[in-house]
Write a protein that binds this ligand. Structure first.
Ligand code: ZN
Length: 136
């Protein structure tokens, strides 16, 4: 029992560390496609919130208060937060709908010229497209 709790704490700390390292490296999806992913702006949101700039935090990512707690609960419960497959599927489905829906709204309202939903013309795919003469 005690070993399981320590294992879960270790998993959560590892996950938080991994997330911080990955986010600090920047978004790979953005660097390749030039288009922000559904998580883009999360790091900036948490950094703004840490400085009590909550308006800026919500501008960077409106779901920032949910992201880390959802990840931690999911890891803590080893991907099985409700113990029943049906409820887990409903939970993860709702989370997916929430994040994808928010992403679609953010793309419609902010892309391509409002942070954090900027277009990166120097990303890999736009650079290749420019080399091939597909875009100017
Ligand atoms: Zn991203």
């Amino acid at each position: 029992m005690k070993k399981t709790v320590l294992k879960r704490i270790g998993l959560c700390l590892t996950a938080v560390f991994g997330i911080v390292v990955l986010l600090d490296a920047g978004c790979i999806f953005y660097k390749v496609t030039g288009i922000p992913c559904p998580g883009c702006g999360s790091t900036r949101a948490y950094l703004a919130a840490a400085q009590f700039h909550f308006r800026e935090a919500f501008q960077m990512h409106p779901l920032w208060p949910l992201t880390v707690p959802l990840l931690l609960v999911s890891i803590w419960k080893e991907g099985n937060p409700f113990g029943k497959r049906k409820w887990n599927a409903l939970f993860y489905g709702l989370v997916a709908v929430l994040y994808v829906g928010t992403y679609i709204i953010r793309m419609a309202l902010l892309f391509p010229d409002t942070p954090p939903m900027l277009f990166n013309e120097n990303a890999l795919l736009p650079s290749i497209a420019r080399l091939l003469g597909l875009i100017s």
